[in-house]
Write a protein of this length. Structure first.
Length: 74
């Protein structure tokens, strides 16, 4: 693995706990009955979609790094 690829992978892996914390806060908002969250369907949809997209993009980025590093383009 090239040093630049390893650095980007480390940054992505450090960003992964933020997605996990977002999931934990989403679960807390759903189970606690927080009125500001449960009363606003737009907020629910945006928070859920943002959390899901962040997780998918992080995993996709980590997988893509593997393939980009193996492609001998230069």
């Amino acid at each position: 693995m090239k040093p630049k690829t390893r650095t980007i992978a480390a940054i992505l892996l450090l960003a992964l706990p933020t997605v996990e914390i977002g999931g934990a806060s989403l679960l807390w908002l759903l189970t606690s009955g927080e009125p500001g969250y449960l009363d606003n369907p737009l907020r629910q949809n945006l928070f859920r979609a943002g959390h899901a997209h962040a997780g998918v993009l992080l995993v996709l980025g980590l997988v893509a790094l593997r393939y980009v590093d193996e492609a001998r383009l230069s």
